[in-house]
Design a protein around this ligand. Structure first.
Ligand code: F6R
Length: 604
């Protein structure tokens, strides 16, 4: 996803900006650019592709003495990854970089176009710089024009803007996309969309809050809140240690990755939701032509996400869907029909069995699609089409946010298929889109629930095993919950469809068998409840997770009320992730690097 850097100081600005962008490279991008302002003159460089291309383009540019600069890595949302669409965007004497999405950009663009403003790019961002210059004509100061501009933007943004009249100044604003301001003892000021870009350069930072905006010059920083009240500058020290700083105060990468799922899912959804349609810019509209069946294939956690998709694809799009474990698929001499779309799911894009299955499907002449987190990975290069999940780098070996983004993409894809196949009405799709938009807040960690899990984890450190049970999409979620627990606690755990318990597994029930029961209000509640009661009657220790009270439980984790089962799914996913983590912490295990496991499994 996009990255932003900014600099005010006397060091060679180009290198500082490019080094900062390099620290943000892990987020993925398809073009990059920088703008430098010195002695009221702009120098602007942009390039498609990797930073090396930007370095080549700006090779001859050197600056000495004081300057200000802004830089950006862009992950295309509105408009293709071209040089014209790359940031910074320019007006007649101003330049802007932006992360996020300006929801009312079309309205603003129409207004500006009617005043004779010419647009160069297809982006939403370009309206910011033109709106600023429009207000500059009547404003008393450039800052007044900037304030007016920010007041008219709807949506999510982190913005840096520079203007030739004030060549020692960066205007900044943050709403819904991260932005950090930092400074050091050498009187330099930095901006970054993640502190990764600031570590080693600043000793203290301010993590701007939503609604914050202001102006930084070589001598001062002024900050306002969303109500236009001045805000006291409260800097916090920035760790010098890259690794601990990257954990941003969390104990483990896994914990940080669980907590950042809200931001990450906002990235996954960005630019892909319209009022009544889901839009994957990267998909050729002919991809689904002639397709009557979908076969999903993956390993581990990605396989669980694929299992969720079987329910959603058949339910929403009424298309025959099956799922395969890649290591089995590749050797079982499968029959493949040419009207099947073969979809592989992989966080890394390098898992040997999944990659090999993809090759087999291609060889059999099937159309192929990969849902992946890593651009340019082997699978992305090989498949006919790809959708990137935009989870950012996942460091914890136990996958959390990657799974959340995979399921989100698959849910969206089920709606794309549903409209392609004319199964769901526009209003039904619009309703699903409304639900999808709430995901970032649904996965936000509830501190009360986390505290409860921390406390009750001490009762789940022994026993002869765990059953995670659920029905429908909560069955693959149960499998995923059990896998998380196994991976980092080394305790034995199984996931089961709750209706299957009486066909054998219930024989294990006793007080030392822990049942983690997923009891969503809106999907087969009564059926699942009866299954849990059967286990409770046999004295299994029950931990229920539900928004509804359950009197047969030994422990009950009360989730929030949601209007749809998929939202319940996402909240329960977070609860299971935290539960596993807290149990592993109590057992003293290495949460981020559990024994025997590797992040990317490139052997079969
Ligand atoms: C579990 C986990 C693994 C991976 C599996 C596939 O937490 O991360 O089960 O899901 O190894 O990896 P990818 O998704 O990279 O193909």
């Amino acid at each position: 996803m996009c990255g932003i850097v900014g600099y005010i100081g006397t060091k060679p600005v180009k290198q500082i900006l490019i080094d900062g962008l390099r620290e943000l490279e892990y987020r993925g991008y398809d073009s990059a650019g920088i703008a430098v302002l010195q002695n009221h003159q702009f120098s602007l460089f942009k390039a498609v592709g990797k930073l090396i291309n930007l370095e080549e383009k700006s090779q001859k540019f050197e600056s000495t003495g004081f300057s200000v600069g802004i830089g950006h890595t862009r992950w295309a949302t509105h408009g293709k990854p071209t040089e014209l669409n790359a940031h910074p965007h320019i007006g007649s004497a101003s330049s802007v970089v932006h992360n996020g999405i300006i929801e009312n950009y079309q309205e603003l663009k129409n207004m500006l176009t009617s005043k004779g403003v010419q647009f160069l790019s297809q982006t939403d961002t370009e309206v910011i710089v033109h709106l600023f210059e429009y207000h500059l004509k009547t404003a008393n100061t450039p800052f007044e024009a900037f304030t007016k501009t920010v007041g008219e933007l709807d949506g999510a943004y982190a913005v840096l803007l520079i203007n030739a009249q004030v060549d020692d100044t960066i205007f900044f604003a943050k709403h819904g996309s991260p932005m950090i301001l930092g400074r050091n003892h050498e009187n330099e000021t930095f901006f970054g969309s993640s502190d990764a870009a600031l570590i080693g350069k600043c000793h203290e930072v301010i993590y701007l809050e939503d609604g914050h905006y202001g102006v930084a010059t070589k001598d001062s920083i002024t900050l306002y809140d969303g109500q236009n009240n001045p805000v006291n500058l409260q800097f916090t020290p920035l760790s010098e240690n890259k690794l601990s700083a990257q954990k941003e105060g969390f104990r483990f990468f896994m914990e940080k990755e669980i907590y950042e799922q809200g931001t990450v899912l906002a990235d996954t959804l960005m630019g892909r939701l319209r009022d009544e349609t889901v839009y994957f810019e990267e998909l050729d509209p002919t991809l689904f032509d002639g397709i009557n069946e979908i076969k999903l294939c993956a390993c581990g956690t990605s396989y669980h996400a694929a299992m969720v998709a079987t329910y959603l694809f058949e339910r929403h799009a009424r298309i025959r869907t099956s799922v395969e474990i890649a290591s089995e698929f590749r050797y079982r001499e499968p029959l493949l029909a040419p009207d099947t779309l073969f979809v592989v799911i992989s966080q890394s894009g390098e898992t040997a069995d999944t990659l090999e299955s993809l090759k087999m499907a291609k060889k059999a002449g099937l159309k192929t699609l990969v849902i992946c987190n890593v651009d340019n990975s082997s699978m992305v290069r090989l498949a006919d089409a790809s959708i990137l999940t935009r989870a950012g780098i996942e460091k914890g070996v136990a996958s959390t946010k990657a799974f959340a983004t995979q399921v989100t993409v698959l849910w969206m894809l089920s709606l794309t298929l549903a409209s392609e196949r004319k199964i769901l009405q526009a209003n039904e799709i619009a309703h699903q889109i409304k639900l999808l938009r709430t995901l970032p807040s649904v996965v936000a960690v509830d501190n009360g629930i986390h505290e409860q899990l921390r406390r009750l984890s001490k009762r789940y450190l022994h026993g002869h095993g765990f059953f995670f049970i659920g029905r429908d999409v909560f069955f693959p979620l149960a499998l995923e919950g059990a896998l998380k627990l196994k991976e980092i606690s080394y305790l034995h755990a199984e996931g089961y469809p709750s209706g299957e318990m009486k066909h054998g597994p219930i024989a294990l029930a006793d007080p030392e068998l822990f049942t983690i029961a997923l009891l969503p209000q809106h999907k087969l509640y009564d059926k699942t409840k009866s299954n849990v009661e059967e286990l409770s009657a046999r004295d299994s220790t029950i931990c229920s997770i539900s928004p509804l009270d359950f009197d047969k439980a030994d422990d009950h984790i009360r989730t929030h009320y949601h209007e749809d089962y998929m939202l319940e799914f996402f909240e329960m996913m977070v609860v299971l992730q935290l539960l596993s983590m807290e149990i592993a912490v109590r057992l003293g295990n290495d949460v981020d690097m559990p024994r025997n496991l590797a992040k990317s499994v490139t052997v079969e």
